[in-house]
Design a protein around this ligand. Sequence first.
Ligand code: A2P
Length: 344
Amino acid sequence: MIGDRFLPEKEKGYVVAVVGATGAVGQTMLEILAERKFPVAKLIPLASSRSAGSAISFKGREYIVQDLEQFDPAGVDIALFSAGGGTSLTHAPRFAEAGCYVVDNSSAWRMDPSIALVVPEVNAHALEMARQNRIIANPNCSTIQMVVALKPLHDAVPIQRVVVSTYQAVSGAGTRAIEELAKQTACLLNAGSAEVGVFPARIAFNVIPQIDVFMADGYTKEERKMIDETIKILESDIAVTATTVRVPVFYGHSESVNVTFTGPMDAATARSLLADADGVCVVDDPTAEDYPMPSEAAGSDPVWVGRIRDDASCPNSIHLWVVADNIRKGAALNAVQIAEILIS
Ligand code: A2P
């Protein structure tokens, strides 16, 4: 349960800064603030000196992007950060010390035990931790959509183990990555060669089983994030293992999730629990060949779940296919939902 309100009621709305306003997630944060009619009295778009002075639009008006480095955060109520981990480490404390609540989309603060790591449908209560330090971490995009699907099942019968493989869209790696897939695809279709820049290998017409860097144990950092963040958010010592894979899709992450429970659970029970769950839409009709896909999930808000079936190889185990728009629920929407709790 959430206690007293975080920010006082302000009749005219709140001063909201978007850090990384020129980026893929920042732009979607602006769209979602407008769509959900977040009470913004004053919007302050911030980015690096590279794009300071350029214009972005919000609710049909143009705003000039300011340089984060030079910006004084005094008077800002809420700052939505999506400008990379280094930027957050340097600047989020500066904003928090000025009295502003920071919702940070980077991985900089997620595993700090004093920082709340929040998915509103799953653990809004964790926000209580933010009253002191005023920094709230938005989880990794792949973690968010998975825990939204796992939570109602875990509440019914505690989960013992999760095995997840992801199929992640390029937009998760930012605007340069989106451009890289488009450019490589066009070049290869025109008998040209594909230039590799953002990803460790060609992404067009390919599948890359590496997201982020490798660690000493052979897992990638993205896989480690999914494992550690799931345990932190669900507040449970679940055994989690992950393989994270980049696929040539622009928007929408997909996940094959195999779940083993500590007690009786089957596909029919899971389907009915998920049908009633907050933030989840079940699309699961094999007779009509109906299941979620990123082409349909892109641009939407829910976490879509399908292919729900018993794992014939293991008792009390099921398979799920989980799809969501990685830029919306996986990043910008989750951050705005947290901001909505801060003002409610
Ligand atoms: P800029 O346009 O000035 O580079 P994406 O993930 O889509 O690439 O977007 C990253 C966002 O983070 C952009 O808005 C980018 O701004 C911003 N950004 C990157 N580095 C910094 C920094 N050092 N200070 C402020 N903003 C930054």
